[in-house]
Write a protein that binds this ligand. Structure first.
Ligand SMILES: *Cc1c(COP(=O)(O)O)cnc(C)c1O
Length: 352
């Protein structure tokens, strides 16, 4: 048996096929870089490679990930306009159009689907607006890849960052970035010493050398894990994986609506990764979680409106109706304890 201390090496010719498989999932012909780090590092690498004095960015903020992205761009010297959505809500397309009309931006950055609040930003429409403006489109698709349709070339996405640890059901230690030719033209050149935050270095040290072994000492355990996660995605089929998320999310949203009589967001603006149960007035997520079992998978949202919702997590292996049936059932129990009216049979029926 292989133990965690005696991992076989990952073959040097094994990296390019991983990048190719990711390109297929993203529907792109663009270059795909593999990053030997969790996806937040890949996001920082994009910001540090595009940000420079004189560059201007419209940075859409729908959770802390967008806040961080703006912060990295500023650290790199860029002028950044943060366009903040209403707490816990997707960005409105009109707000993006207004902001673009008021500035001259080199790039527009956004998160596709948010697990922090269970929302989906209108990415294809925003990408079209940004491109009409002449701006690069930078997308954090870490959560959405595998949970939502993501068509990088068709939608004109210049930088797409993904990670295996959400809908793809893998481990968090690697990530990938799809880079368009337009984006390459804007990327900062190599510096004096190689950096994991430099896309130009990743290109020079891996792409331009024929996509063999990654620079440095690749962590075999992480790439075996990525290989296994992508093999499981291939077995199921990427389209089937997305359909499983969409189907589970649809059921969860119907049940949540029956339970509280209100939806947190419109179904077409809801993510397929988590469902936000909009809590009745006067009930907070903390109230609910205090009465839920200690090991519950229910959670509050993350950020300023986090206490107004309970999140049902149906991401990756959890994207199955019976996982949600269990969690909704726990939520029904808590609501009953609080003294709220609950038609448990109807709520559970909505999941079937
Ligand atoms: C999960 C996620 C990331 C990666 O961050 P970790 O929390 O460190 O896994 C980045 N962006 C988005 C939108 C995410 O949901």
């Amino acid at each position: 048996m292989t133990t965690l201390t005696d991992i076989p090496p990952f073959p040097a010719d094994g990296y390019a096929p991983l990048a190719d498989q990711i390109a297929q999932i993203l529907h792109t012909q663009n270059d795909v870089l593999l990053i030997q780090a969790e996806a937040v590092v890949a996001l920082e690498a994009c910001a540090m490679s595009l940000g420079r004095p004189g560059a201007s960015a419209l940075n859409i903020v729908t959770s802390m990930y967008g806040q961080w992205f703006g912060g990295w761009l500023r650290r790199a010297g860029a002028d950044v306009v943060d366009l903040q959505a209403a707490a816990g809500q997707p960005i409105a397309l009109a707000a993006v159009a207004d902001a673009l009309a008021q500035g001259d931006f080199d790039l527009v950055a956004l998160v596709h689907a948010e697990s922090a609040y269970g929302i989906l930003n209108p990415l294809p429409d925003i990408a079209a607006l940004a491109r009409a403006h002449g701006a690069l489109v930078v997308v954090d698709a870490v959560a959405s890849v595998g949970g939502h349709a993501l068509r990088v070339d068709e939608w004109g996405i210049d930088l797409a960052v993904i990670g295996p640890q959400k809908s793809l059901g893998g481990q968090a230690g690697t990530s990938a970035i799809a880079v368009s030719d337009r984006a390459w033209a804007a990327v900062a050149p190599q510096g004096e010493a190689p950096s994991i935050l430099s896309l130009a270095d990743q290109r020079a040290l891996w792409l331009d050398r024929g996509r063999g072994a990654l620079p440095g000492t690749p962590s075999a355990i992480e790439f075996h894990a990525l290989h296994a996660a992508l093999a499981r995605v291939a077995d199921e089929g990427a389209a089937a994986l997305i359909a499983r998320h969409a189907d589970t999310a649809d059921r969860a949203r119907r049940a949540a609506l029956l339970l509280t009589g209100r939806a947190w967001v419109r179904p077409d603006a809801a993510s397929n990764l988590v469902t936000a149960v909009a809590l009745p007035d006067g009930i907070s997520a903390a109230d609910v979680l205090a009465l839920a079992p200690k090991d519950t998978a229910l959670s509050a949202g993350v950020g300023p409106a986090g206490d107004r919702i309970i999140r049902l997590n149906h991401t990756g292996p959890r994207a199955t109706p019976w996982v949600i049936e269990h969690d909704i059932s726990v939520l029904c129990d808590v609501f009953l304890k609080i003294g709220l009216p609950v038609d448990r049979a109807a709520v559970l029926e909505a999941l079937r």
